[in-house]
Design a protein around this ligand. Structure first.
Ligand code: ATP
Ligand code: MG
Length: 589
């Protein structure tokens, strides 16, 4: 049966698109100028109007490998920019000196490119680093202090925690809250010069200790951290807090729609407060960016928390960050998942304001849909047993023609060598057939796909009673595609590979990493839910053409699923294959 083609980018509408449509219609961002690169108000003042109708950004912290949740965010942000004539900035949110490494930076860029996006537009590479804005962030902090909007607090970490209040109780004002601006400024400068120890003081915004929103109770905006940064080295020993840095990054880059996950909703009032203060001080250009929150991707049968992914790798439950079992994008690539499949998935799950679980089968179905379109068909016997055609001449061989894609005759046919001894799947023979079994058993006829009709005569067994070979005779006038071949009516149709010509190789059968839809639900150790059958390594017999497969070439192994030549372990002329996904959902209850 013909499957429907991959749904073209249908651009289902959603609440974010509605916001953008409204903003464009009202001209909310029409007055923006663009000075050619990110910068404060002065850098954009008098510059030409922004050629980008909207600006979005994808802002990962370079402290790990991207996972399937990030793919949702990438497709969303880059996709909106593409569809609205905008630009999406690739930004490293590298304000935290610890745990950030070049290795992660490189892998993140490669993953975004692999998904089919890039950050060059209007002759500019919109690749930015939050750490490039440290100077401005610091100047802005001095401005806030001078304007009475921030102060240096010398309470200890415990005191800060104890005076923050709770959801039901107000916070208490710090004894340092009303100190003169000049005194705070002097302290801030000492902090910057490294005169004080880590944790001995922080710079806090001065907002409202009685706010019901804890994020507005004088949040810390700068802290002392005598650590080497992977890009700025030892230039700084104070670093901005994320909540302070992020809105500034957006504003310097003239972002219009700053899209983030729901847990930042309570941060939005501070986001707006901070940008309002800095723009009224003339530091930032208006109109200001707006933060919009959407529900993060929660996907069943995997974990998407960085902490848990690190644990899986560090404790050796998987073989590194690109182990095809992991839900990272480097792993997905090795596994044979496709960028088109991810983009289709992102379109299909959409964006919403409420958290929900997406079943893993939705992702698998998107991969199948795309792979079905593009993957040429090949023959592979994964659990081989010999089939001997006793009436076929020994030493003889001929070719059978098989289509490369049943729905795409333009992809042509290939020749499968046929000979007296073939490999077939062990499960395609039964000594004592069960009811409704139409494949091989003594006396029954089947068609060898693209080849001849055969009649089974029996089998040989080894000392342990296991079938070691199946015997049959063939009908010389039954070859597929030859005149009169269709007078043979058989119910079974099985695949095969000529034993003398087969390419024997390693095939890895991957399945879901966890056997439970919500690993670790209810305080349970998530490791207990690992699926021990998520990886099986077998030795399979493949049609000879597969020996020439190039790394990352994808195929449908007929009746089995979609497979890819592993991009890491394949050698020239000796590929090994990974199963991306089975042909059908085997997990449905
Ligand atoms: P951590 O797990 O350390 O909190 P993170 O997953 O938030 O990190 P970031 O590098 O901060 O990782 O994320 C970059 C972007 O990807 C952010 O804008 C974030 O909102 C988005 N993102 C991360 N996880 C998901 C998810 N599960 N679904 C959708 N977007 C996500
Ligand atoms: Mg984060």
């Amino acid at each position: 049966m013909n499957k429907p083609a991959v749904t073209p980018a249908a651009h289902f509408t959603n609440f974010i698109r509605n916001i953008i449509d409204t903003d464009l219609a009202s001209g909310r961002y029409a007055s923006r100028t663009w000075g050619g690169r990110p910068g404060p108000a002065a850098a954009h003042a008098g510059a030409p109007s922004d050629p980008a109708r909207i600006r979005t950004r994808f802002p990962p912290e370079p402290n790990g490998y991207l996972h399937f949740g990030h793919a949702k965010s990438i497709c969303l942000n880059f996709g909106l920019a593409r569809d609205y004539g905008g630009v999406c900035h690739m930004r490293f949110d590298d304000t935290n000196p610890e745990k950030e490494e070049q290795e992660y930076v490189d892998s993140i860029l490669a993953a975004v490119r692999w998904l089919g996006f890039d950050w060059s537009a209007h002759g500019t590479e919109h690749l930015y680093h939050a750490s490039d804005y440290f100077n401005f962030m610091y100047q802005a902090a001095e401005y806030l202090v001078g304007a009475g909007h921030a102060y240096v607090d010398e309470q200890s970490a415990e005191e800060l925690r104890a005076t923050r209040g709770t959801l039901t109780e107000h916070g208490q004002a710090s004894p340092w809250r009303e100190r003169p601006a000049a005194e705070s400024l002097a302290r801030l400068r000492e902090m910057r010069l490294g005169k004080h120890a880590d944790g001995s003081m922080v710079l806090r915004a001065k907002i409202d200790m009685t706010s019901p929103n804890i994020n507005l109770r004088d949040p810390a905006i700068y802290r002392i951290r005598k650590a080497t940064h992977h890009r700025t080295g030892d230039t700084w020993c104070i670093y901005p807090m994320y909540a302070y840095a992020h809105p500034i990054e957006d504003a310097l880059e003239q972002i219009t729609h700053s899209i983030c996950t729901l847990e930042f909703e309570d941060q939005r009032p501070f986001y707006d407060w901070l940008l309002a203060r800095l723009s009224e001080g003339g530091l930032l250009a208006r109109p200001l960016p707006q933060q919009i929150e959407f529900a993060r991707l929660n996907l069943s049968y995997v974990v998407l928390s960085k902490r848990k992914l690190i644990q899986l790798v560090d404790e050796g439950h998987v073989d590194g960050w690109d182990d095809p079992r992991l839900p990272t994008l480097v792993a997905a690539r090795r596994r044979g998942y496709t960028p088109e499949g991810f983009r289709l998935f992102a379109e299909r799950i959409g964006v919403s304001k409420s958290d929900a679980w997406i079943d893993y089968s939705v992702l698998e179905e998107c991969m199948r849909e795309h792979l079905n379109e593009v993957a040429p068909r090949r023959t592979a016997v994964l659990d081989p047993v010999k089939l001997v055609i006793d009436n076929y001449p020994e030493g003889a061989a001929e070719e059978c023609l098989a289509p490369n894609h049943p729905q795409k005759p333009e992809l042509g046919k290939r020749a499968l060598p046929f000979s007296r001894e073939l490999w077939i799947e062990r499960e395609d023979f039964m000594e004592a057939p069960s009811k409704g079994y139409f494949r091989l058993y003594a006396g029954n006829r089947v068609r060898l796909r693209y080849g001849f009709v055969i009649e089974c005569t029996g089998c040989d067994k080894d000392a342990a009673g296991r079938v070691s070979a199946v015997h049959c005779n063939y009908f010389a006038d039954s070859k597929s595609g030859t005149p009169g071949a269709d007078i043979y009516k058989v119910k079974g149709n099985i695949h095969w590979v000529s034993a003398a010509h087969a390419y024997q190789c390693e095939v890895r059968l991957y399945d879901r990493l966890f056997k439970s839809p919500h690993p670790g639900a209810g305080e349970r150790d998530f490791l207990l839910d690992l699926n021990p059958d998520a990886k099986k390594v077998i030795s399979a017999q493949l049609e000879p053409s597969l020996q020439q497969a190039q790394p990352e070439e994808r195929f449908q192994f007929e009746r089995h699923g979609y497979f890819v030549a592993d991009r890491i372990d394949s050698m020239p002329g000796a590929p090994v294959f990974n199963r991306a996904v089975t042909l059908k959902d085997t997990w449905q209850k």
